[in-house]
Structure formats: C-alpha cells, structure tokens
Design a protein around this ligand. Structure first.
Ligand SMILES: Cc1cc2nc3c(=O)[nH]c(=O)nc-3n(C[C@H](O)[C@H](O)[C@H](O)COP(=O)(O)O)c2cc1C
Length: 149
C-alpha cells in the first residue's frame, strides 16, 4: 500500500512527528512518500496514485494555518476528495488559546470536500515525546488497518 504525506514545519516539531509516522508506516510495510508543502506540489498531483493521504501542520499565530501550507489549503477548498481516505495530524502548544487549530481547519476542509477521515485527527504537544510517539504509531496502525479493510 502507498501513503503520501504532506507537511509544513518551521522549527522542526511537525517534521519530527512526520518522521516518526513515516518510519512507523514503513515498518508496517507501507510505501511512503513525504512532501514539504513549501516545495509547491499541486493538490491534484498530491491526491493521486496512493491508497491514503496524510496532512500534517503546526498552528501559527492566533490559530492560523501557517503560510507554508496556505496555497495548498486554498486549492483544497474547491477540490473533490469524495471517498478518498485522509488523515490529519499536527503539533501545537497548549499555552496558546487555539491549540492545534490548524489540525481542525484541515480536517474540516477535507471532510467538506468529501474525504473519508481514515483515523481520528491527532494533536501533538510540540515535539513528540515518548507518549506522543506511541500515539503516532497507533495512528499509523489504524491508518493501515483502515486502508486494508
Ligand atoms: C508566533 C507563534 C504563534 C503560535 N500560535 C499557536 C497557536 O495559536 N496554537 C497552537 O497550538 N500553537 C501555536 N504555536 C506553537 C507552534 O504551533 C508549535 O511550537 C509547533 O510545534 C511548531 O511546529 P514546527 O516546529 O513544526 O514549526 C505558535 C508558535 C509561534 C512561534
């Protein structure tokens, strides 16, 4: 099975979470392709040729989506994802009022586009600690099981 991941990360926490996820999926025999959204892949090219798709983002000031994933998000707002398996995760900081709001924004948009949310969205405090690493591994297991089902 093939899984594509797109992420944005400024200080490395989300990138670290994606590295944990990617390793966990690979250990579960998935073929994984990872894209940095700042490299500018088109939505139509990303949502193509895989069994499931993962979106990962930190949350920026006032609960906003980071600049690095805004173009991708804008194109997502009128894209058809009917029945496509999607999963969302992200990192944030609980000292902010809108903890990991970008995860909710991306999840809501994918569902509005008709995507099938393959696993519940996952919010991680800063860089993944041991407990978060276990949660990411469980997220990976659930995702592969969902695709295989
Ligand atoms: C200016 C600024 C604003 C932030 N605003 C939020 C926020 O509203 N909600 C949140 O959960 N985290 C917020 N954060 C925390 C980041 O999302 C968090 O540090 C995240 O792990 C960074 O991810 P990255 O290392 O992948 O860039 C903010 C961080 C900065 C520097």
């Amino acid at each position: 099975m093939k899984i594509k991941i797109i992420y944005t990360s400024l200080t490395g926490n989300t990138q670290e979470a994606v590295a944990v996820l990617s390793a966990a999926l690979t250990a579960l025999a998935a073929q994984v392709e990872v894209f940095d959204s700042e490299d500018g892949i088109e939505v139509a090219d990303f949502f193509n040729d895989a069994d499931a798709y993962v979106l990962a983002s930190f949350t920026d000031e006032d609960g906003q989506l980071p600049d690095g994933i805004l173009d991708f998000y804008d194109d997502l707002t009128d894209f058809d994802l009917t029945d496509i398996p999607v999963a969302v995760l992200g990192t944030g900081d609980t000292t902010y009022a809108d903890f990991c709001r970008a995860v909710d924004v991306l999840t809501d948009q994918c569902q509005e586009d008709g995507a099938q949310l393959a696993v519940p969205s996952l919010k991680i405090e800063l860089a993944p600690d041991a407990a978060a690493t276990q949660e990411i591994k469980r997220f990976a297991r659930q995702l592969t099981q969902q695709i295989a089902a």
